[in-house]
Design a protein around this ligand. Sequence first.
Ligand code: CUA
Length: 329
Amino acid sequence: MVFALSLTNVFSSTLPMRGAEIAKSWDHLYWFLVLMSLFFLLIVVGSMVFFAIRYNKDRNPIADKNKGNHLIEIIWTVVPTILVMGLFVWGYVVYKKMVEVPFNAYEVRAIGKQWMWQFQYDTGRMEINKLYVPVNQPVKVILSSDDVLHSFFIPNFRVKKDVVPGMYTYVWFEATVPGEHDLFCAEYCGTSHSGMIGKVVALEPDDWKAFLKGKKIELPASQDSQEGNLKLTSLADKGKELSKLKGCVACHSADGTAGVGPTYKGLYGHDVELADGSTVKVDDNYLRESIENPQAKIVKGFNPVMPTFKGLLSEEEMNALMAYIKSLK
Ligand code: CUA
């Protein structure tokens, strides 16, 4: 009993607090692996020590001839096979949970840059090093990098993902504990890598609603601006503005009419047929590729005339364009 209690203490104190839905299944798998390794370590080392003493040279001057034992061989083949196959299935189930984003997840865009985290909300709100999320609601964080490789790591939520220049990656989680949780960069990214830290703040429903409307969470009421609210332009509207500014609208319409290039309307999330006969699903990474390397995948019926916009859009602008195109689905 006492042993069981102290074991529970060991379990709960050696890992970070469980702040998200996935943490429990993650922890169970982790502890199973640790205990299983410990069990076999004891068996292997224990029998090694036992045999070394029991059958040493003094006790057994003449070596014995052992012709093998089928039963033992079957046991040590079958048992580990069942165990590792079981672990594979168990790991797969947890992994599947970690990569399959619930359809109702709230989306936030995060940009890693030397050396900070920048968060963009659909409402147009932007935060530095503080990621506000609702509690008890799935959240998807779309990750991209402004410069080098970073890694987005929230220990309490058991999520960690590389943030790779030139592409989008993501994590999703459902925070269960309101309040602040540590956020780290877990990939060495230059001199101030260790300073690339932030907080995830899980907000109760009312605070979350106020946050989305633009309420300043940080400042006490007295320090707030007159209205106490930020003036926000939605990310999609910023993207719309940008599509005019950068000249996208010259070839891509937003109302479904055909132009030199495909229309934005009804594009996101759908399959499009390419010139080579294959199809591709339109998601963030496909759109990004089409902006940076337009000749990579030409949509059937269009000419490869688009110039590259690589290096001409910042990560923030790229995200705004994504939000805009997505809003036209
Ligand atoms: Cu960014 Cu380390």
